[in-house]
Design a protein around this ligand. Structure first.
Ligand code: FE2
Ligand code: FE2
Length: 172
């Protein structure tokens, strides 16, 4: 059985993952509106990743005989000035999520909930990847600034991103 405090916090994280998906879908819509289909594709893959994260929390809470409670999802921003603003925002958001995961790890320690501590380790590693993949795009965008042909090239590149569900989490 999940400690009550832990159950509450995991439900909070489920909501945060759904918010992330919602935010990235809003960014995908922004990119579609300025005809950057590759950037939009990158964000749509990001949405799938976040939905996958949400599913993992959903399943884990149930597996531990906790109760999943769906909450309202906050309205995300809808407009940005430039492509790098979007990725700057994404990078900051992922850093915030990393700190949320770290808080959950701390709570699992103080609650002596080893099962949840183990479960969260996957997310600790996942956040390293999340921050790195966003930063890789952000650094390129900073290099090219608003140079049109550069944006065009990156759009082609981001159009190739595909969603690959991590192998280590089959059965989720
Ligand atoms: Fe996530
Ligand atoms: Fe993420």
């Amino acid at each position: 059985m999940l400690p009550k405090k832990m159950e509450e916090a995991l439900n909070g994280q489920l909501n945060a993952e759904l918010y992330s998906a919602y935010l990235y879908m809003s960014m995908a819509a922004y990119f579609e509106s300025i005809n950057l289909a590759g950037f939009a594709n990158w964000m749509k893959i990001q949405v799938q990743e976040e939905m996958f994260h949400a599913q993992k929390f959903f399943n884990y809470i149930n597996e531990r005989s906790g109760r999943v409670i769906m909450r309202a999802i906050e309205k995300p921003e809808t407009d940005w000035e430039t492509t790098s603003d979007v990725f700057e925002h994404t990078y900051k958001h992922e850093q915030k999520v990393t700190s949320l995961i770290n808080d959950l790890v701390e709570l699992s320690r103080s609650e002596k909930d080893n099962a949840t501590y183990n479960f969260l380790q996957w997310f600790v590693s996942e956040q390293v990847e999340e921050e790195a993949s966003v930063d890789a795009v952000l650094q390129k965008l900073k290099l090219i600034g608003d140079f049109g042909p550069g944006i065009f090239m990156i759009d082609q590149e981001l159009g190739n991103r595909v969603f690959t569900p991590p192998a280590a989490v089959t059965g989720v």
